[in-house]
Write a protein that binds this ligand. Structure first.
Ligand code: ADP
Ligand code: MG
Length: 350
């Protein structure tokens, strides 16, 4: 457990170098990687040249105390995650992110070193995913940290994938495994409570590093977008799973004006996730459906396209798109049928 205040060995107050000094210091390690970034940070505005491509833009705002807790979220991981979740939105359009813009609101609780730590994570994500930090804004905040990131990407018009393109008969697929990030969060919350009750107690995470890693340092599924390109496959609909599978299926069906039939046995859950859910007295499938923050991709493909990816190691077929009047249902391992709602799933009332 650490707080931004007690972790650093050195503490430089931001006012000693000023806002412009801080921006210069933060930008120093960044260099431009993409030819589409004609003008990056440093001028009044950035200039992006997306000739021939459609410009795909997504933005997110994160507020301390609502979206993250610095008690257990190291600043470097937070910077990394904040970038990755934005990139995930661009990939979910079947597009490629190229630039990000980072705006921060910081209080005097944060030192120069703390902000640099945040930017180390941002830089790591920029390096791994090949994007340029092309600008942002720096302002003061009364207390907490506010972080807003905008990602800009390139897409090919015919290959862009929306939420509204699913058709009856399409197969529903997800990448990776679900529910782990939610259980990671539960573990972190548990350790935080123990720490607050007794600061002498050190965190005890046992064999749960995977679950905690999924919460603190998620990855965006660029590999799945690469796979689509390699196999010349364009999903009919796609979105990333940030709020939980149930909620995302609900949005996808609503926009596509369809229903969906999900097989519980098809929903990918790792054994670590199942075991931890049981330890917390939670139903593993509920964690997978309602947990959120997995940043996996949910997508639908035409049945004739499924051969292109069905043997891919990290893609799971979980169900099928059905007519809207059939509703959105979960077929459990026990043979029951439940209605899926945006909040999760409920027992079928009829
Ligand atoms: P202005 O007063 O015109 O808004 P700023 O001083 O806010 O200009 O920004 C100067 C340059 O530094 C701009 O190119 C801006 O995009 C960039 N910049 C400002 N803050 C950040 C930040 N936190 N991260 C990255 N770039 C930033
Ligand atoms: Mg500004």
């Amino acid at each position: 457990m650490s707080t931004p205040d007690n972790k650093e060995t050195m503490r430089t107050e931001i006012h000693t170098i000023g806002e412009f000094g801080l921006i210069d210091k933060l930008m120093l390690p960044f260099s431009i990687k993409n030819s589409s970034t004609l003008k990056g940070a440093g001028d009044d505005a950035a200039i992006i040249d997306n000739t021939g491509f459609k410009t795909v833009i997504s933005t997110d705002m994160l507020i301390e105390g609502i979206h993250f807790d610095l008690m257990y979220h190291p600043l470097k991981h937070l910077g990394y995650k904040a970038v990755v979740v934005n990139l995930s939105d661009i990939y979910a359009m079947n597009a490629r992110p190229k630039q990000i813009f980072v705006s921060i609101g910081i209080s005097n609780r944060f030192s120069v070193e703390a902000v640099e730590e945040l930017y180390l994570g941002i830089q790591k994500a920029c390096d791994i995913y090949g994007v340029d930090l092309a600008g942002g804004d720096t302002t003061s905040s009364p207390r907490g940290l506010v972080l807003s990131i905008t990602a800009v990407g390139q897409g090919i018009l015919e290959k862009l994938v929306y939420r509204n393109g699913a058709k009856v008969g399409d197969l529903i697929c997800v990448s990776g495994d679900l529910g782990a990030a939610y259980l990671g969060l539960q573990l972190l919350e548990r350790e935080k409570r123990l720490f607050l009750d007794n600061p002498e107690i050190q965190p005890e995470f046992g064999e749960n590093n995977y679950l905690i890693g999924r919460q603190l340092k998620p990855e965006a599924r660029v590999d799945i977008i690469d796979l689509f390109e390699k196999h010349n496959l364009t999903p009919t609909a796609m979105m990333d799973i940030s709020d939980g599978l149930a909620s995302e299926i609900f949005h996808l069906c609503k926009q596509s004006k369809t229903g969906a039939f999900i097989e519980e046995s098809g929903v990918p859950l790792l054994i670590e996730t199942e075991l931890q859910a049981i330890q917390f007295g939670l139903d593993p499938i509920t964690c997978a459906l309602s947990g959120g923050e997995d940043y996996e991709l949910l997508f639908t493909v035409k049945p004739e396209d499924i051969d292109k990816i069905k043997f891919s190691p990290d893609i799971y077929i979980i169900g099928e798109i059905v007519p809207p009047e059939d509703g959105i249902t979960l077929h459990t391992k026990g043979g029951n049928r439940h209605a899926i709602t945006a909040q999760g799933w409920t027992h079928f009332s009829s």
